[in-house]
Write a protein that binds this ligand. Sequence first.
Ligand code: B1M
Length: 211
Amino acid sequence: MIDFGAMTNALVACDADKITGLVNDALAAGTPAADILNKGLIAGMDIVGEKMESGDMFIPEVLMAAQVMGSCVEILKPMLGEDDDVSPGSVIIGTVKGDLHDIGKNLVAMMMESAGLEVHNLGVDIAPESFVEEIKKKNAQIVCLSALLTTTMPAMKQTVDAIVESGLRDQVKIMVGGAPVTQAFADEIGADGFSADAGSASKMAKSFAAD
Ligand code: B1M
């Protein structure tokens, strides 16, 4: 019986040694990597978020938790791939301007790579004009925008608008995601797709690439 709660607690306590031990033990016991990610790690980051909101955790501690989460994701990475089918399709992904959150965006990038897509991860705080430049440089077919703050959601619309103004809109599918983003918002700003998590984002990108 895997104790996902112990993983969650170790993440909230930023105890890297303990959590990496628990993750490795769970993998050795045959626990699916996706369960460890969802039931142990993401559950822990949700508690970190609540503590951040209530003032029980401060930014340096949240950053430490994010680093610990990153190390665990590195351990899980080889096991998280969906399948070995290689499909064509060049994807660029980035967190929009003003937003520094990258854990979820990196998970999405990783799942898409595992699904055989060519992924160019631009990083965080990416301006609309930089997305446009990168679409041209990488000849991208799919653009993925991530935002974790309600205050940076407007930057998603600005990015879609910049792509329209550049004349490249017909060449790319635009996908959006991140905790505050919804299907209704995606529709409102003229995106082609919304995904709530990394797995469904990867599936959607594969289906766009196959079009
Ligand atoms: Co920030 N933060 N943060 N933070 N932070 C949140 C998002 C918050 C909800 C916490 C809270 O108050 N409860 C809150 C936002 C409130 C709001 O706007 N509604 C918040 C705030 C307020 C802030 C600051 C403003 C705090 C301050 O300075 N006072 C500040 C802003 C800085 C900035 O960006 N300009 C800030 C800073 C930070 C840190 C830098 C300290 C750190 C980020 C470190 C990093 O990313 N390297 C941080 C963290 C870690 C969080 C929480 C705790 C965790 C985020 C996370 O990594 N989740 C977060 C609370 C929470 O989310 N529960 C919080 C785990 C991750 C796997 O999930 O990112 O949702 P997620 O990704 C999922 C899906 O959303 C989806 O797939 C992923 C995997 O399944 N997805 C996509 C994501 N991107 C996608 C793109 C796609 C498709 C799907 O493209 C197609």
